[in-house]
Design a protein around this ligand. Structure first.
Ligand code: ATP
Length: 270
């Protein structure tokens, strides 16, 4: 069990980004974090991964960690092959995970400096270095960004395999790909507070809206909106299931039209 107790984080003398966070993550399972931009999701993931030390509170039980940051350092002079070989050597194994790169759709030169790789290929290398180590805790910050549809599906399969093999995975996502993940827990991050979406509370809903100009920020700040992103001409929202009808009614009253509505419930990981 990974447990956060009374966790707070502020950067320097800045405002509290997280405050009073208590969270328990089961030893095997997949948690999805939802929250609007700047709500503190990346900070929470860094605290979970041990990259950022909380200003107050404790984190216990995390074991070995695989972490994929939202932005992988792009200036690496090492080639993807040398980087993965180096990571394997640090772990004391010859298992580089290069075959996982194929599975994730890496097409290109493994021997070019990573700084010259596309965002998608850099993301694939970052994912492989985390997955191949078979960590007890897998922390993935926007792991689907930069990947094509096939690679996203393959990544979902790899995350499910890791969870099936006993890992705890924690994921954020703005691309909509998380709907394919069999999550066991959904957690919202709002104003520095972290709350699990209670089972039986109606789960979450995904909504795609076409909104007249000028009403977007009003729609995004409706009670129950957990996360928003632009999907072409549409505004894509993640909404607390219990507030879904009210958000739809308010959006319609503001002149938006509804393109898609999907209810999502936490399910047992398969
Ligand atoms: N290293 C840092 N130094 C100072 N402030 C920071 C630092 N990292 C994050 N913050 C601030 O903490 C707040 C939360 O940022 P964080 O990246 O955790 O949010 P987020 O929910 O992941 O946002 P996004 O979805 O935009 O990445 C923001 O106001 C951000 O500016």
């Amino acid at each position: 069990m990974i447990e956060l107790a009374g966790v707070g984080k502020r950067y320097g003398r800045g405002p509290w980004v997280l405050r009073g966070v208590g969270l328990e993550l089961a030893p095997t399972g997949l948690a999805v974090l939802l929250g609007v931009n700047g709500s503190g999701k990346s900070t929470l993931l860094k605290v979970l991964a041990g990259i950022v030390v909380p200003t107050e509170g404790t984190v216990s039980g995390r074991g070995t960690v695989g972490y994929v940051p939202e932005r992988f350092p792009a200036s690496l002079k090492l080639s993807a092959r040398n980087y993965l070989q180096h990571q394997a050597a640090v772990r004391g194994t010859r298992e580089t995970g290069i075959e996982l790169l194929d599975r994730l759709g890496f097409i290109g030169d493994l021997d070019r400096p990573m700084a010259q790789l596309s965002k998608g290929n850099t993301q694939r290398v970052a994912l492989v270095q985390a997955l191949v180590a078979r960590p007890e805790l897998l922390v993935l910050d926007e792991p689907f960004a930069g990947l094509d549809e096939r690679s996203r599906a393959e990544l979902c399969a790899l995350v499910h395999e890791a969870v099936r093999d006993g890992a705890t995975a924690v994921v954020t996502d703005h691309t909509g790909s998380r709907s394919r993940l069999a999550s066991t827990l959904t957690v919202t991050v709002t104003d520095g507070a972290v709350r699990p979406v209670e089972p039986g509370a109606g789960g979450t809903g995904a909504v795609a809206l076409a909104c007249p100009s000028g009403v977007r920020s009003e729609v995004e700040s409706l009670p129950g909106v957990l996360q928003s992103t632009t999907d072409g001409p549409l505004l894509a929202l993640d909404v607390l299931g219990t507030e879904l009808d009210a958000v739809l009614a308010a959006a319609l009253a503001l002149g938006c039209s509804v393109h898609e509505v999907r209810r999502e419930r936490a399910t047992a990981a398969s």
